[in-house]
Design a binder for this molecule. Structure first.
Ligand code: SF4
Ligand code: SF4
Length: 201
């Protein structure tokens, strides 16, 4: 899990505190509690593919290194599995943190390093809006249309479909009205993210 070492200049104390406070406000987690025990990173299934490990992301935020954090691929490779939050002795939920960082990254116009990841993010969010949970078939169709990437993973996807692993018709959860209400309240923010999609492909 070794990552390449880089040298960066730290912002002044005010800059550090501003970024830390903003992130904490967005995700609701107290990052000051982190003492770098690495339990989050050791359990994270996607950490080997991230440019910065989950614990390092927390450290970079404490140092106020906004660009490094919001431009990292780590924030996009997190799959919100919540393993880190379960393992953390200080109950820091890095899944929630990563979610807030993705939105901040898009709002502030940073370019996602992973190709098509913003299109996938928005297709996922739309799928939740429609049914309250993800429906893989329609989400993947929407992703393909948004990203213009029609062929990648088509064969494995078809195989899963033929084995009945991908349901044909979307379902809808009982509390869909509550989900719709959340989307209504965050409509303005979502519009910004949709607009950013074209710039981040
Ligand atoms: S498990 Fe918690 S305390 Fe340990 S490094 Fe990760 S975030 Fe910090
Ligand atoms: S929620 Fe994200 S950061 Fe945490 S363990 Fe899962 S993939 Fe890793």
């Amino acid at each position: 899990m070794d990552k390449p070492m880089t040298t960066v200049e730290l912002p002044d104390i005010e800059g550090r505190q501003t970024f830390l406070a903003e992130v904490q406000e967005r995700c609701g987690e107290n990052l000051g509690l982190c003492y770098q025990c690495l339990k989050c990173t050791v359990g994270c299934p996607t950490a080997p593919y991230m440019d910065f490990n989950p614990n390092t992301i927390v450290r970079l935020i404490q140092f106020g290194l906004k660009r490094e954090v919001l431009e990292s691929n780590a924030i996009w490779l997190c799959v919100s599995c919540e393993t880190c939050g379960t393992r953390c002795p200080n109950e820091i939920d890095i899944g929630l943190l990563m979610d807030a960082l993705r939105e901040m990254s898009l709002e502030e116009g940073y370019r996602a390093k992973e190709k098509g990841v913003v299109a996938l993010h928005n297709a996922f969010m739309e799928s939740i809006r429609r049914g309250g949970r993800v429906h893989e078939a329609t989400m993947l169709m929407e992703y393909k249309l948004r990203s213009g990437d029609y062929w990648t993973d088509l064969i494995p996807g078809m195989k899963l479909f033929m084995k009945g692993k991908i349901p044909l018709l979307p379902g809808r959860i009982k509390g869909i009205d509550s989900i719709r209400e959340i989307y209504k309240k965050t409509q303005k923010q979502r519009k910004v993210l949709e607009d950013r999609e074209g710039k981040s492909k």
